[in-house]
Design a protein around this ligand. Structure first.
Ligand code: SF4
Length: 328
């Protein structure tokens, strides 16, 4: 039986304010309508995550929210003056709860990256594409050079890293190949890419791409095959099982199903609930589902973790670097 891994997460949408305006996004809110979760709201989610047996606190947020008007007011309403310090505090809260933070905060300065690195088991940033597309015309942070540079800086700091591509946002097959080659090159240079998400566009009403056709099964299968052929074998190919048929994509070479939450929605694709593990087990005949942590075994075995995450990783991982089976 082939193994397919996944992690159990609690999804914490820290803030939906963002300096970008991507043509497919329904997560971001306009200034005045945005939200910043308070410590008590985050604390409640983390406690629920701990009780549900999660290992991962998935902190997701818009990029550089402080560039949006009104954000300073939101920050002072939670008693904070610096957003990255506040985010670091939320990561500490997760670790205190026995959960491993995995933060997707967009492109960060070197100083902010170095603040968050020791508090996270891994970090994430979707490359999405190396092409310059209309969907990103109003998103300065989606300049592929900025994103590749950020990932290289994370590599120099030996941060286990998750990235990915978005399929169906106007890019061509050559663009997908070029994006995957860039990611493979980063891994060859720094050895820090743990997984690459192959994420299909899920067109949302009232977004610029609402009438784009979502990529069909054939395109998704071909893209997973491309990824598997271009990426080094130590880099997992991840497919979100709430957005595409995981059985077909596992047969095409996918290794991982990503974070699955039984207690919180996928706030990026809220109309696409995650399937239950029971449902996935019965659909994925011939595959053995195995839980991992938000940092992959190879990095745990190499000791790629910070002082602050080490204790939690040691308490959650088994000798192979996967999730201990006796945790519940
Ligand atoms: S960067 Fe993320 S949160 Fe911001 S607009 Fe784009 S998809 Fe939405």
């Amino acid at each position: 039986m082939r193994r397919l891994t996944y992690s159990r997460n609690v999804f914490v949408p820290v803030t939906n304010l963002c300096r970008n305006r991507c043509g497919y996004c329904s997560f971001r809110r306009e200034p005045g309508e945005g939200k910043l979760l308070s410590r008590s709201e985050v604390g409640r989610l983390l406690a629920e995550g701990g009780q549900a047996g999660c290992s991962e606190a998935l902190f997701t947020l818009g990029e550089m929210p402080w560039m949006e008007s009104g954000f300073a007011g939101l920050l002072s309403s939670v008693g904070a003056s610096d957003f990255i310090e506040y985010l670091a505090e939320l990561c500490e809260m997760a670790l205190d709860e026995g959960l491993l933070p995995h933060t997707n905060a967009g492109v960060l300065s070197q100083e902010d990256l170095e603040t968050l690195a020791p508090l996270n088991a891994s970090l994430g940033l979707m490359l999405e594409t190396t092409a310059h597309l209309e969907a990103h015309d109003s998103s300065p942070g989606k300049d592929p050079r900025l994103r590749l540079d950020f990932m290289a800086r994370a590599g120099r700091l030996k941060i286990p890293f998750t990235t990915g591509i978005l399929v169906g946002i106007g890019e061509s097959r050559d663009d997908r190949i070029a994006s995957l080659q860039k990611i493979a090159g980063l891994h060859q240079d720094f050895g820090h890419i743990q997984e690459v998400i192959i994420q299909p566009l899920d067109p949302k009403p009232k977004t610029a791409l609402e009438n784009y056709p979502p990529p069909g099964e054939d395109l998704m299968r071909q893209t997973v095959e491309l990824a598997r052929s271009i990426l080094p074998s130590g880099v997992a190919v991840q497919v979100p099982p709430n957005l595409s048929d995981p059985l077909e994509l596992a047969r095409s070479g996918a290794d991982d199903l990503g974070g699955i939450s039984s207690i919180t929605p996928d706030w990026i694709n809220p109309s696409r609930p995650w399937p239950s593990l029971e449902d996935l087990s019965s659909r994925l005949k011939g595959y053995h589902l195995r839980e991992r942590l938000p940092v992959y075994p190879a990095f745990i075995l190499k000791g790629w973790y910070g002082e602050r995450t080490e204790d939690v990783i040691r308490s959650l991982a088994d000798g192979d670097g996967l999730r201990r089976k006796d945790y519940l």
